[in-house]
Design a protein. Sequence first.
Length: 238
Amino acid sequence: MPTPHNRANHGDYAPSVLLPGDPLRAKWIADNYLDDVKLVNDVRGCYGYTGLFDNRLVSVQATGMGQPSAAIYVEELLRDYGVKNLIRVGTCGGFSEKIKVRDLIIGMGACTDSSIVTNRFGAFNYAPIADYKLMASLIEYAGELSSVPYHVGSLLSSDTFYQEGGFEGYRKLAEHGVLGVEMEAATIYTLAAKYGARAVAVCTMTDCLVTKTEIPASDRQSSLDDMVKIALYTAVVA
Ligand code: HPA
């Protein structure tokens, strides 16, 4: 059952998996939120863990940065490990001064420039969307548990972090309601759809591209607490 990128055996992952980009964030989530944790993958340092949250099984698997990397882990989780629910927990840049750093953005849809999505559909522009029930659950828990505001709308899943022209390169998308930029959601939504599984993304806005404000690096981990909690509750009731 192991793959070139994953040494886990079938059954090592819970049906619901949180997907941070950063392997050390996967470890931080496992260390701080899960009980009876088992490390199930460490190939290339891209950590995966399974443990208990609120006495129910859940997994967390890092995806690395960007859609080519995320596509490898996600395709294998869906195809080889039978995972059913994917919840990306990430960070994003913000496209509006109305969204403050530390606010949450829940990705109802995800635009993209990635050929991983666009090549798949020939002449058609596919619209990657979140699973409605997972999204509704995130929104409900955000309303109950989150100390920071949340926003629901479109993300951009970009293939480039260092966009030519900075925010100007994204202006048209911002003018059409896109709330922020990250680098994985559109491919995760597309692959979940392909395998009849469910996916949603929630991101903490860490740097506003309009106002140029950002969360200090030292505060980043603690500011992710609300996001991780609502994602874990969503995962274990999914
Ligand atoms: N671009 C892409 N991904 C990000 C950003 C960004 O500006 N900030 C946090 N994740």
